[in-house]
Design a binder for this molecule. Structure first.
Ligand code: NI
Ligand code: MN
Length: 229
């Protein structure tokens, strides 16, 4: 079975590999674009890029219901253990890779903040570099543009999932510059239209990407999937 990426709205993605289900940044409750509710979410692993509420989202409730392993930076994992009693966790940190039954995850830089919803320190925010049997996926998390995206691109990225909403993260123009640095085969935009402050015309952005002949832009509606092959 090919690996399937489903956009759940905002920065939330479901990745289904042959044997495992990975949930990234499961902000479903309170997300006007969410394509599923937190009660419906299935996961074997939950990957959290940073501590902000629109990324940590329903992690605690879903982890408690499903028993999924939560993977994030050391500070967030420690907070989830101490404050919420989660036991099935795996801490990593930026630049470090770890092997899982479904592939390898390396945490990358992200230029952003990471305070947890109650104000606790959430360490540095991260991006996710996933090496799966069907390809390499880079979910940038929340980030501004940074030149070292070129180093991430050197790993050979099949699918880059980039924020384009502006205001809190890269906007469309900087996301285009990011593509020049990362050189992915396919690019999927995220973190736009959820709230008024991050409304964007992604169709015209996708045309710009196509015109620049940099990568194939894939626009998903919440609930839509892209199959990695
Ligand atoms: Ni954020
Ligand atoms: Mn965010």
């Amino acid at each position: 079975m090919a690996t399937k990426l489903t956009w759940l709205g905002h920065s939330a993605f479901l990745i289904e590999t042959e044997k495992h289900t990975l949930l990234i940044d499961p902000f479903l409750t309170g997300n006007p674009l969410a394509s599923i509710s937190a009660d419906e979410a299935q996961a074997d692993y939950i990957l959290v890029t940073h501590g902000h509420g629109d990324h940590l989202g329903d992690t605690v409730a879903i982890a408690k219901r499903t028993g999924a392993m939560v993977i994030s930076n050391f500070e967030i994992v420690t907070y989830l253990q101490n404050t919420h009693g989660l036991e099935n966790v795996h801490p990593q940190h930026i630049g470090g890779a770890a092997q899982y039954p479904w592939g390898t995850l390396k945490l990358t830089n992200a230029l952003h903040g990471s305070a947890l919803p109650d104000g606790s320190y959430g360490g540095n925010p991260a991006g996710l570099l996933l090496s799966l049997s069907d390809g390499t996926v880079y979910h940038a998390g929340d980030t501004g543009l940074f030149g070292d995206m070129a180093l991430i691109g050197e790993e050979g990225i099949d699918v880059a999932i980039l924020p384009v909403g502006d205001n809190f993260t890269m906007g469309p123009k900087d996301a285009l510059r990011a593509i020049k640095l990362i050189r992915p085969r396919v690019v999927i935009p995220m973190h736009y239209d959820t709230f008024d402050m991050i409304k964007q015309d992604v169709k015209s952005w996708a045309e710009d990407v196509r015109r620049a002949d940099l990568a194939e832009p894939i626009l998903l509606n919440p609930g839509d999937s892209y199959t990695l092959s």
